[in-house]
Design a protein around this ligand. Structure first.
Ligand code: LLP
Length: 422
């Protein structure tokens, strides 16, 4: 397969029939399945996962894919078959992992608001570890495990208070975030956990934020965590694993994130010779550049100040531009010999924030297909039905086969749970 340096999605290239992903023309996918449609590359998913694993070769380590980034069952099953672990944040995500053939004993459960029902479900499945985020959660988990006659494996998610230098909405390791327990309280909380009869202290976890491009904050966080692990050991609390979370960024536009190997090398140095296993929870770096959103131009609307390309995807399909002002490359599926024009690529939703891209020079006509790149993480997973828009279909491409891995929703399927008055 040809890898193309021009696109952040390695398995995307220009072919005779326009833009191709692996061995399939995106135009064929649109003709068969319609638009808007998310398209994922199995080869790109596999390459990303293997890069994590290869960089950790020789170390006792578990790569737990963050399910929230892309929870599609087929995507999860690609990772499950590769031997992945999973990072979940809800009972629903646990059900997905199990339905996709993932192993419960490789699941870590993060999140500040685990309900009793979710705790029961995870204890019942015998997950690897609960990443506990507060004192109250420790007590509740101890109680629920006791009621079930079980012992809950726990790590405390600590908040190392480092600035990840990323978008404020996706930065999670600062003191003023709702996540994790304060560093200064960690020792006392571990001692409390060690004294609770239905908990077993297994590890420590931290996650400082997402789309990290600078590798130094995570190294700083890891150093702080290691110092704490040593203090815990001195206090008689030994740990089995250290979970350094997710967060590694990807290239959307012209960012230069560290490679997976370069991101990990200093962390492996810092932890060299230590007895604890290493866990990671990558999301975006596994799926982000393995997927795109395929959409069709409904109308071109030239204006005095701006030209609009109105497409059939919208902020309900891909919320990131509206939410974080994030940038996704827009590539016409068929190149045209036209002078390019500057467009805002917008959806049909009744909000000015409903844009997918702004000020892009595109040589396009009405009816043309566009690919919005780097949409494999936090794309479909953050989609909604706003404006009663059925959610997009999802396709997983594997060589020359396109698998329909989620059917397009229908308006009827949207009504299913509603009850009009008689
Ligand atoms: N572990 C924990 C505890 C997390 O909270 C997250 C992401 C991850 C792992 C995975 O992080 P990643 O490797 O994907 O950076 N919707 C935002 C991103 C929110 C990230 C939330 N937590 C976006 O579209 O950029």
């Amino acid at each position: 397969m040809t890898m193309n340096e021009d696109f952040p999605i390695a398995t995307l290239r220009q072919g005779a029939q326009g833009l191709m992903i692996e061995e399939i023309a995106l135009a064929d996918i649109a003709a068969r399945f319609g638009t808007p449609t998310y398209v994922y590359s199995r080869a790109a998913l596999t390459t990303a996962f293997n890069s994590w694993r290869q960089a950790l070769a020789g170390r006792e380590a578990l790569v737990c894919c963050a399910v929230k980034a892309n929870p599609n069952l087929a995507v999860l099953s690609v990772f499950a078959r590769l031997g992945a672990g999973f990072d979940i944040v809800s009972g629903g995500e646990l059900s997905r992992v199990l339905a996709a053939g993932g192993r419960a004993d490789r699941v870590v459960f993060s999140g500040v608001g685990k309900s009793r029902a979710e705790m029961r479900q995870a204890l019942d499945a015998d997950i690897a570890c609960f990443n506990v985020e507060s004192a109250a959660e420790l007590d509740r988990l101890n109680e629920v495990a006791g009621e079930m006659g079980k012992t809950a494996p726990i790590a405390l998610r600590v908040n190392p208070d480092v600035d990840p230098k990323t978008h404020p909405y996706i930065s999670t390791g600062l003191k003023n975030n709702k996540f994790g327990v304060a560093f200064v309280e960690a020792l006392a909380l571990y001692q409390r956990a060690a004294g609770l009869p239905h908990l077993r202290v297994r590890g420590i976890a931290c996650h400082i934020g997402s789309q990290l491009l600078d590798p130094t904050p995570i190294q700083e966080a890891a150093s702080r965590v290691l110092a704490l692990v040593d203090r815990l050991a001195a206090a008689g609390i030994g740990l089995d694993h250290i979970d350094l979370g997710g967060g590694l960024g990807i290239r959307y536009q012209d960012e230069t994130p560290p490679t997976i190997a370069d991101y990990l090398a200093p962390l492996l140095d810092l932890t060299q010779g230590r007895p604890e296993a290493l866990f990671f929870e990558p999301g975006r770096s596994l799926t982000g550049n393995a997927g795109l959103l395929l959409t069709r131009i409904e109308y071109l609307k030239p204006g005095e100040e701006k030209n609009f390309a109105i497409v059939d995807a919208a902020m309900n399909d891909l919320a990131r531009p509206a939410l974080y002002d994030s940038w996704h490359a827009v590539i016409p599926v068929q190149a045209r010999a036209l002078p390019p024009r500057r467009y805002d690529v917008v959806g049909p939703i009744c909000e000015s924030g409903d844009f997918l891209a702004q000020a892009r020079d595109l040589a396009v006509l009405e009816g043309d297909l566009l690919a919005l790149l780097s949409a494999g993480a936090y794309g479909m997973s953050m989609s909604s039905n706003y404006n009663t828009r059925p959610r997009a279909a999802e396709i997983l491409v594997d060589g020359s086969t396109a698998h329909l891995v989620r059917e397009r929703e229908t308006v009827e399927s949207l009504f299913k749970l509603e009850h009009p008055l008689d």
